[in-house]
Design a protein around this ligand. Structure first.
Ligand code: FAD
Ligand code: SF4
Length: 510
């Protein structure tokens, strides 16, 4: 039957069985629609990256002999949502069958399911053939349990897929090398430059501007750095294995104000658009380790594999187990709006200034910048999780709801009350000072809890703990911090709480 197959912007998987051979009855369509630019206010680089990668993908398909109907944002016939465009194409080309790949996002999943019910032709959905796990694997693994433990999911993944295993035991006899990893950067090993892919996307940017798409963030005049094709994604993967993997784990939590990504792989956009698969990434990392055990220790490899087969697949499973209710959770009943400097970076708090400016420049930050600086502050200031989600979903190049919301609302804001993590990722300036060089260059004093120039993270941290004694006072993982809080001189605590109140009353000025 004459078939129309839809490919979404995050389904750029050239290895998919759909593309094994060209078929004269099959047409592929990729649609640049305003619907996807407007559901959340986005970074200009995120919009550009998706369009550019989609255009490259369409070109690859055509080169391989497939028939492609590509609708650009400024095409006259573009109706700017999926339903209308698809219905029009079906009519115009007399398609007899419609197929799509299962979206990773709840919103699109519903939309496409409803569309199919409405169509007068046969319709079917196919798997994306990208993830290790299916949507429901995590739900089946944990059953009715109220919280999910990443560590048990991860160990099960290692066993199930035989990754770094000696029969039933983990290679190296340990599952976790965190004790060796997560060090502050000490300058002992040189920092390699990140691999940047140079594209000139000025025409695409012009089209986005002409079409009146609203966006925020910045983009360089001449260059655009992200991998936008499978070829470039594979180059980034090779570069990572050779130059960055040897120190990935050791410095995975370190932050530097003059080096955005340290030893991180910057593969999240390529992975989330499915230009490369997690299996390819894991195989490449394991092969690199096999070839060079002298320079690459098991701690580096385990640290990386944990992110890809552990956290990434875990978050996707949590998403499908918990949506749509997850998007409404607000455990602390936080209500505050984010201050305006989240969109400009203009704050005197150096850590936030650097992490936000970096996010505005690159549409990317690494996990500790997202978690322990921006996310931590958002939670301590009592930001509404809807606001925080919208910011993260908009700003990061790799942000797609299944992986954004679980990390942001769950891991970083604890708005899910502990489904993803067993305690909130809250910290004072001590942690930020330990893991970065931000505090050295800051207007505020990381050692001071109150008074002139006191670092806001400190008073807000104790204020947060004090306000939630009922929730965490008995949490065994927070025993130490509550002991410290309980031993605090009441007058000192009073001054800290007053300082917090003062800062909360003038967030815009901080
Ligand atoms: P590396 O550090 O090199 O890690 C390798 C890969 O592991 C990543 O590419 C990613 O695919 C995977 N990974 C690592 N950590 C996680 C995690 N916590 N959850 C899922 N996958 C992970 N990642 C996204 O892809 N999209 C998001 O929208 C997103 N939002 C986040 C929001 C917050 C508050 C936090 C704390 C983390 C978020 N992450 C998100 C996870 C992580 O920050 C990014 O995947 C990572 O920074 C991407 O850079 P990288 O490719 O260099 O990662
Ligand atoms: Fe951030 Fe406080 Fe350190 Fe300044 S002193 S960089 S605000 S943690």
């Amino acid at each position: 039957a004459k078939t129309l197959r839809l490919i979404l912007g995050d389904q750029l998987n050239l290895q998919h069985r759909w593309f094994a051979r060209a078929d004269k009855d099959v047409y592929y369509t990729l649609l640049e629609v305003k619907q996807e630019q407007e559901y959340v206010h986005q970074h200009v680089q995120k919009i550009m990256a998706f369009f550019a990668a989609m255009r490259n993908f369409a070109h690859q398909l055509e080169k391989a002999g497939h028939q492609v109907i590509y609708i650009k944002l400024d095409d006259d016939h573009n109706t700017h949502d999926f339903e209308k465009n698809i219905k029009r194409l079906i009519k115009e080309y007399h398609f007899e069958r419609f197929e799509y790949q299962l979206p990773d996002e709840y919103r699109l999943d519903e939309q496409l399911r409803n569309l199919c019910l409405d169509l007068k032709i046969e319709a079917a959905a196919a798997d994306t053939e990208h993830f290790y796990t299916s949507r429901d694997d995590l739900k089946n693994f944990f059953g009715d349990r109220k919280s999910y433990l990443m560590e048990s999911f991860y160990r099960n993944m290692r066993v199930k897929y035989g990754i770094m295993m000696n029969d039933k035991d983990p290679i190296g006899d340990r599952w976790n090398f965190d004790a060796e990893n997560r060090k502050k950067y000490d300058g002992k090993v040189p920092l390699p430059r990140p691999l940047v892919h140079k594209h000139n996307l000025s025409e695409l940017k012009q089209m986005i501007d002409q079409m009146g798409v609203s966006y925020f963030g910045r983009v360089g005049e001449k260059h655009f750095e992200w991998p936008l094709s499978r070829k470039e994604a594979l180059e980034s993967l090779r570069y990572f294995c050779k130059n960055l993997l040897p120190h990935f784990g050791t410095y995975e939590d370190a932050m530097l104000q003059n080096h955005a990504s340290l030893f991180h792989s910057r593969l999240s956009f390529a992975l989330n658009t499915k230009m490369i698969s997690p299996r390819e990434v894991v195989s490449a990392v394991l092969a690199a380790w096999d070839q060079d055990r002298e320079h690459i220790s098991i701690a580096q490899v385990e640290g990386y594999v944990r992110q890809v087969i552990g956290w990434r697949e875990f978050m996707r499973g949590v998403y499908w187990a918990q949506m749509p209710g997850y998007a409404e959770l607000n455990y602390f009943n936080h209500k505050t709006k984010l201050p305006g400097w989240y969109w400009t970076g203009e704050t005197k708090m150096n850590c936030l200034n650097k992490c936000i400016n970096q996010s505005l420049d690159l549409a990317w930050a690494h996990h500790i910048q997202r978690l322990m600086v921006i996310g931590n502050f958002s939670m301590l200031m009592g930001a509404h999780p809807d606001e925080v989600d919208a910011w993260y979903l908009g700003v990061y190049i790799d942000a797609i709801q299944w992986v954004e919301i679980t990390n942001t609302r769950g891991m970083s804001q604890f708005a899910d009350g502990g489904i993803v993590g067993s305690k909130p990722y809250a910290s004072s300036a001590a942690y930020i000072n330990r893991m970065s060089d931000y505090c050295k260059h800051c207007h505020y004093d990381y050692k001071k809890k109150y008074g002139e120039g006191a670092c806001p993270f400190n008073s807000l941290y104790w204020n947060f703990l004090d306000a939630h004694r009922d929730k965490f006072g008995k949490n065994p993982r927070m025993g130490m911090v509550y002991k410290n809080l309980n031993n605090m001189n009441p007058e000192e605590l009073q001054r800290i709480l007053e300082q917090a109140e003062d800062y909360l009353g003038r967030l815009e000025e901080l």
